[in-house]
Structure formats: structure tokens, C-alpha cells
Write a protein that binds this ligand. Structure first.
Ligand code: LLP
Length: 454
């Protein structure tokens, strides 16, 4: 179980603590559901990636896994880059004071406004997903009357089939990201021939939660095989951005490659494809998200009901679920559960931990072994919930998003506050907001500017 828990995890008097703070104390102080992030676990992961990849690699945190101002500031201090995929993520990173040249903008459907904003705030790299995007970018630069030209990378869709959940596989048959190598080669020649913009490299992100390190070697080989015949289209140092995808452990006994093993697998692919001889100077970029933050985080819930279901099963209903963690419903993701209010290690009964939402799919953990006397009011901890949990949360059933706190050395720091009912209703113009009067008039189609009425 230890490997799914944050590194600062300790047990005192049978009770779990993270960052030197008791979990039940956190639940009392900040309420539940609560996302707890172990600062030292996060820093430990960042350091492990740096040690594995060396000082020259472009270590890039994939912001989609979880992003907040406090985290972005840590990344800046540690010399990481950040990848963003929307105007919203871009704005978060910008407001956190992150150097914009160290930002990589991704996306398969970037809007004109997002591209203009990227140009305006000086984003360092843009990953081109499809051929027309080069012209979209040119138009964005013209609209901004800006001389800023981000470095361009071409996203490749290569013929690999990573072993992972089909919903998080991003190369191969049936996926819609990037370009085939043949199409990308045409785009590369066009950019290099036109001048004015620097095509600096390629990008491949094969998928997420990948446990087989050998797949990463094949990704590296595919990137080298693409660049080598087009080498003259790129500058002296070519960017090989090989995406993210390293798996995180969720269940006891689940083994995943370490950052070192991941780096070795990529290096092995680069060696096998003779990268140095065929490419000359290149810069390796990786974009891990999940493997950085998943196990730094855990979610605390309070049990609101215990009841017997048909047959022998018993359910524990908690105060969150689908809205703060859609992963079990979306991907059948499975987690461990601990009762933070009872002595750890005490087991005795199998419960189904269910959420509070109005659907039968809202099951947090289908079968959790917990102390038999687990009761209403106890706090449950679900480890491994640092990645793609808060980031994917919703306000379903009118439930606001949880607070997020960072813990370290016996202190807790609230980094995202809990959403209030006022937050939930802030965009509802009929409910007495200052804007309500403005829209009280009946909607008239004639009021839509013709340019918008497509
Ligand atoms: N780079 C790109 C272009 C990506 O699309 C992603 C993830 C990453 C990097 C980071 O991948 P990671 O190291 O975190 O595996 N919501 C899903 C995961 C979706 C991943 C999307 N792309 C889940 O909860 O499992």
C-alpha cells in the first residue's frame, strides 16, 4: 500500500498523517471533500525526474493533470516548463508569474482567441496539430500586430498501439490528434520554405497511464525516423518532445516504471535509432503529468450514511464522488480506501464506497476492506487522487468543487478554496447578479452581430 501513498505518510497512534498533519484534523479544519497534496512528495517527484533526465532535458509538467497558482510557482523555482491546452490554463500560468517562454501550448482545436493570446503573452512553443493551424497562427500574429513568433513543433500521429485504456490512447487507429508523418512532412517543408517562423521540432504523445516502458523506446524511434530525412527543415538544435504518459500506481501491489526506467527507455530508443548520428544536436523534452502529481494527492471524504444493500453487501455513502472524481465512471479507475478515523491496518469488512450523486455509476471504490466498526462521521482517505481528479471535477448536482490544500512540515496551506453557493450561481444571470437587469429584456435574435450569427 505504501507506494500509492505520499512520501511524507506516517502513522502515529494508528492514525495516518501527511506532511506531519493528521488527516482527521485536516477534515475538521477544512471540511470535506478535501484534496490534500503532499508538497514534499511533489518536490521528490520533480527531483527524481531531474536526476533521471539530467540538467539539459526540457522537463515539462502537463498542466491538465492538476494546475493551480501555488504549483506553478513551485515548477518555476525548479526550472520546469509547463504545457497548457487552453486559454484558461494559459491565463492561470501567466497570472502565476511563470516565464511565458517556458510554456508549450497544445490543443487540437485551438481558437483564434487562444492563439492570439498565446502570441500576445509570448508563449515559447506552440504544437501544431493540423496543417491549417500554421495559417491560423499567422493570422493571430497579424491580428495582434505582434513580432513574437513562438517556436513550432509538429504533432505526429504514429502507428503505435499503446496498452492502456482506449480513452487515453492518443496515437494509432481511431485517434484524432496530430498528423500522419506524411502530412507532417509536407507541413515541415512548407514552414521551412516560407520563412518567418521557426520549426524547432516534433511532438508525440502516445497516451496516458502507460506501464510498458518499451513503448517509450518506440516513441523515441518514431520521432527520430521522422526528423532525420527532414533535418534541414529544423534549426541546429531540434526539439524532440516525446510527450508524457508514464503510469502512476493506484492499487496495492501495482508496479509501474520509475522516472529513471522511463528515461532509460527513451534513451534506448534514441540510441537504437542512431539519433546522434542522424540528427546531430537535439533537446529531449518530456511532459509528465500523472506520474508527477497522482500519488502526491489524496482525497478525504466524510461518511454520511451506512446501509445494507441487497445480499450481504454494505454501502458507505460519502459526501463527494462523481463531481469531484469522475475517473471511476469514465475509465473504471480503481483506488484504495483507508479509514482515517480508525486505527490503520484494522480491517474486517468489505464495503462499497459510493458517492452522493444520483446515478448508480457513482461508486468511488467498489470493494474496500475497512474496519468493521466504520461508521457515519468517519473520514475516508482515497490515495492516488492528485492527477486528473480536481482537474476534471464538475459542479454536478449543484455540488461545489472541493478545497485543495498543500501540507508540509506540520503546516497546511489552502491553495484553492472550496466553491460556495455564490460561486456556483455567479454565472446565472437570472439570480440577482448585477448583470441580471441587463438581460431582463427578452432575447432578440436581431441583437446578435451578423459576424457571429453563423
Ligand atoms: N502531453 C500531452 C499532449 C497530453 O495530452 C497529456 C495527457 C500529457 C502530456 C500528460 O500525460 P500523463 O503524463 O499525465 O499521462 N483524464 C485521463 C488522462 C488524460 C490524459 C490526457 N493527456 C485520466 O484521468 O486518466
Amino acid at each position: 500500500m505504501k507506494h500509492v501513498l505520499p512520501v511524507s505518510w506516517t502513522e502515529t497512534g494508528g492514525r495516518g498523517r501527511v506532511g506531519g498533519v493528521g488527516l482527521t484534523e485536516l477534515a475538521v479544519r477544512f471540511g470535506t471533500p478535501l484534496v490534500v497534496v503532499d508538497d514534499s512528495h511533489l518536490e521528490d517527484r520533480l527531483a527524481r525526474f531531474r536526476a533521471a533526465f539530467g540538467p539539459d532535458a526540457g522537463l515539462t509538467y502537463a498542466g491538465k493533470a492538476f494546475l493551480c497558482g501555488a504549483l506553478v510557482r513551485i515548477l518555476a523555482r525548479k526550472g520546469w516548463l509547463v504545457d497548457v491546452v487552453s486559454g484558461g490554463e494559459l491565463e492561470l500560468v501567466r497570472r502565476a508569474g511563470f516565464p511565458m517562454r517556458d510554456v508549450i501550448l497544445h490543443g487540437n482545436a485551438k481558437s483564434a482567441a487562444e492563439l492570439e493570446r498565446a502570441i500576445d503573452c509570448g508563449v515559447g512553443r506552440v504544437v501544431i496539430d493540423h496543417p491549417a493551424e500554421v495559417d491560423d497562427l499567422r493570422r493571430a500574429a497579424a491580428a495582434e500586430e505582434s513580432d513574437h513568433r513562438p517556436d513550432l513543433l509538429l504533432r505526429l500521429n504514429v502507428e503505435l498501439t499503446p496498452e492502456t485504456h482506449e480513452k487515453v490512447r492518443t496515437v494509432g487507429p481511431g485517434t484524432h490528434f496530430g498528423m500522419s508523418p506524411a502530412v507532417a512532412a509536407t507541413v515541415a517543408r512548407r514552414i521551412a520554405g516560407a520563412g518567418g517562423w521557426r520549426l524547432t521540432g516534433v511532438h508525440i504523445h502516445a497516451g496516458s497511464q502507460i506501464r510498458d516502458a518499451a513503448l517509450f523506446s518506440r516513441v523515441a524511434e518514431a520521432a527520430v525516423d521522422f526528423v532525420a530525412p527532414l533535418r534541414l527543415c529544423f534549426p541546429e538544435t531540434v526539439d524532440l518532445d516525446l510527450g508524457g504518459g508514464l503510469a502512476a500506481p493506484y492499487r496495492a501491489g501495482e508496479e509501474v516504471p520509475s522516472p529513471r526506467r522511463y528515461a532509460e527507455a527513451l534513451q534506448a530508443g534514441l540510441r537504437r535509432s542512431n539519433a546522434e548520428a542522424r540528427l546531430g544536436t537535439y533537446r529531449l523534452i518530456v511532459e509528465p503529468g500523472r506520474s508527477v502529481i497522482a500519488n502526491a494527492g489524496l482525497t478525504l471524504y466524510t461518511i454520511h450514511a451506512r446501509k445494507r444493500l441487497d445480499g450481504a453487501a454494505e454501502a458507505l455513502a460519502v459526501d463527494g464522488g462523481l463531481s469531484d472524481n469522475p475517473r471511476p465512471s469514465l475509465y473504471g479507475a480503481s483506488y484504495e480506501a483507508l479509514n482515517a478515523s480508525r486505527a490503520l491496518g484494522e480491517t474486517g469488512r468489505t464495503f462499497r464506497v459510493v458517492g452522493r450523486h444520483c446515478e448508480s455509476g457513482d461508486v468511488v471504490v467498489p470493494s474496500a476492506t475497512l474496519p468493521a466498526d466504520t461508521e457515519v462521521g468517519d473520514v475516508l482517505a482515497i490515495p492516488g487522487t492528485g492527477a486528473y481528479v480536481f482537474a476534471m471535477s464538475s459542479r454536478y448536482n449543484g455540488v461545489g468543487r472541493p478545497a485543495v490544500i498543500f501540507v508540509r512540515d506540520g503546516a497546511a496551506r489552502e491553495v484553492i478554496r472550496r466553491e460556495t453557493d455564490d460561486d456556483l450561481l455567479a454565472c446565472d444571470l437570472a439570480l440577482g447578479s448585477p448583470e441580471a437587469a441587463r438581460i431582463a429584456r427578452p432575447f432578440s435574435v436581431a441583437a446578435v452581430p451578423p459576424s457571429r450569427a453563423r
